[in-house]
Design a protein around this ligand. Sequence first.
Ligand SMILES: Nc1ncnc2c1ncn2[C@@H]1O[C@H](COP(=O)(O)OP(=O)(O)O)[C@@H](O)[C@H]1O
Ligand SMILES: O=c1ccn([C@@H]2O[C@H](COP(=O)(O)O)[C@@H](O)[C@H]2O)c(=O)[nH]1
Length: 211
Amino acid sequence: MGKNTIIAIAGASASGKSLFASTVYQELVAELGDERIAILSEDAYYRDQSHLSFEQRILTNYDHPAAFEHQLLTSHLHALRSGEAIKMPQYSYKTHTRTEETITVQPAKVVLVEGILLLTDARLRSQFDITVFMDTPLDICLLRRIKRDLEDRGRSLSSVTEQYETTVRPAFFEFIAPSKQYADLVVTRGGKNQIAVDIIKTKIRQLLAEK
Ligand SMILES: Nc1ncnc2c1ncn2[C@@H]1O[C@H](COP(=O)(O)OP(=O)(O)O)[C@@H](O)[C@H]1O
Ligand SMILES: O=c1ccn([C@@H]2O[C@H](COP(=O)(O)O)[C@@H](O)[C@H]2O)c(=O)[nH]1
């Protein structure tokens, strides 16, 4: 396989990273097929906490870099770049640990990866060829996170607001916002910014045509 390209999409929780990455991925797969493009999530690399009780797991700060197994993600990106398949872990936000299943990701010429802390880690940054930061206002992120966490992640309004005040907001200012300096592209207005989606798709088509 020729040179691979890894594209990282970072930004605050509920800034639209996942929607943006999956829109780029799905639209390109519909057009070109799925052999040359792969998609990964940093959230899949939250540490396995199956050795802890549920009461212990909910004490973890999920917005701190220590919550992630970034070394495993780095080695998986390196493997994909080297033409090897990986077994991506699967994570449950409801049980706060990995599930038994993994997803096999085949090496692809373009790999999209999205997550809150991707640009904060120098080991990960060294793997990225193109970096994107979703610059959605924090109040909009909070509104979207409340809706999503209540509907999809089994949370109550009080747990979302308490977590937001204690870890999510402080981590945004300590880790995520400063990592914007490492972005090649800054995307406003979240995952439905179709102009930004089209710009990344054009770049990917160009990369695939070169190889
Ligand atoms: N531009 C947008 N307009 C409306 N809703 C959006 C927009 N971008 C994202 N969302 C919604 O906000 C929620 C959080 O987006 P998501 O992509 O899951 O964020 P992240 O991956 O950054 O946590 C989702 O329900 C998503 O559909
Ligand atoms: O067990 C968990 C793991 C993570 N979280 C929260 O998820 C977000 C990151 O995911 P996004 O999809 O980017 O929102 C992070 O802010 C954690 O607080 C969780 O609540 N529980």
